[in-house]
Design a protein around this ligand. Structure first.
Ligand code: MG
Length: 362
């Protein structure tokens, strides 16, 4: 028995490390929700979740008022049982973003405990496929950046040996997007992967039009072209373009991924460990994708996604958006354009507990 004896949650606000804009929003701040668990056999696990600026207090309230009290006395080793109990206890608010984010904070703490107990790093305990995963950059591709800045960012990534860059799209006119993409492609040549992301900003008709215009640039994927609840639109768009359609950062359950994957609406699966409800469902989505011969390129959270993409055979890319520097003592290593999964027991994130305490808002 490894009974949970204490469960606490708190919220930490992190300023954005750089200005980040896309077609619909700016990244305001990272609201980081932590869950700390203690067990009777003397282990301490720390999990986390996040928003990009709103809803963090709602996640915290759900945890404190409803989820954490249910954990006391439960065996932390039985992760599926605990996850399922929490999920069904909140059935009136599932499937939903707030509940999934709250579940993720608990689930990642349970996995931290699981790895600490086994004295294994997450990348190995979650599957153990390989320790290094190709890294692509998003930090040089925000929508407010000028074409010259996009080109400079892409060239810097290429010079550093990184295999890909992602550029935001969704400028008012097609030619504006196309000129930016062409400038980057002309500068880097044919061998760098270029992805684009519209952040759900387009109609089906507009996304189809832009995808046709973008074909000449040779894109590795077209991310979130449409609102995430427009499954039919994604099916039609995937059939209408040769560019792989990437979705997943705005899907909140395994079953939502099943609908997309089974319908042929996703060419790249971008499951986000926080938004899907934790490592437990993340792995199910990754394996579902594998069964459909799809690659997984998770959204954001590189500090934990490096270990998860390293765990599974179809992990294709880690997204470079560093956002935990203020509360960690060391950064994710990058070697030859590859993110390296940490080899220490636990989630492997080098939390700075003093810095975290200094930034607590609740
Ligand atoms: Mg995106």
């Amino acid at each position: 028995m490894s009974a949970i004896t204490q469960a606490t949650a708190y919220l930490v606000d992190l300023e954005v490390e750089t200005v980040r804009t896309d077609a619909v929003q700016s990244f305001l701040k990272q609201e980081t929700v932590f869950v700390a668990l203690e067990t009777a056999d003397g282990l301490s696990g720390l999990g986390y979740s996040y928003t990009i600026g709103t809803g963090g207090t709602a996640v915290l309230a759900l945890l404190r008022d409803h989820l954490l009290p249910r954990l006391i006395g439960k065996d932390a080793r039985n992760v599926e049982a605990v996850w399922s109990d929490l999920f069904w206890s909140t059935h009136a608010t599932t499937v939903g973003a707030i509940t999934s984010l709250a579940l993720a904070a608990v689930d990642t703490a349970l996995w931290d405990l699981r790895c600490l107990r086994a004295a294994e790093p997450l990348w190995r305990l979650a599957g153990g496929y390989r320790q290094q995963v190709p890294l692509y950059d998003t930090e040089g591709g925000w929508l407010h950046l000028t074409t010259d800045e996009l080109v400079a960012g892409a060239l810097a990534s290429q010079k550093a040996g990184w295999p890909g860059v992602k550029l935001k799209v969704g400028k008012p006119r097609v030619h504006e997007d196309l000129e930016r993409l062409r400038a980057v492609r002309d500068a880097v040549g044919p061998s760098l992967d270029i992805m684009v992301d519209a952040n759900q900003s387009m109609t089906y008709a507009e996304a189809k039009r832009r995808a046709a215009a973008f074909e000449v640039v040779d894109l590795s994927w077209f991310e979130e072209p449409l609102p995430a609840d427009d499954l039919t639109g994604h099916v039609r768009l995937a059939a209408a373009t040769s560019i792989p359609i990437a979705v997943g950062e705005s899907l909140y359950s395994v079953s939502q991924f099943r609908e997309y994957v089974a319908a042929g609406a996703a060419g790249i699966v971008q499951v986000d460990v926080a938004r899907v409800g934790g490592i437990t469902p993340w792995l199910k989505v990754a394996h579902l994708a594998e069964a459909f011969n799809l690659e997984v390129c998770p959204h954001f959270l590189m500090e934990i996604h490096v270990s998860l993409t390293a765990a599974v055979p179809n992990g294709r890319y880690v997204e470079h958006i560093p956002q935990l520097r203020a509360i960690t003592r060391s950064e994710m290593p990058v070697v030859d354009g590859h993110a390296v999964a940490p080899d220490v027991p636990g989630l492997g994130i080098d939390w700075d507990s003093d810095a975290i305490d200094d930034r607590r808002v609740s």
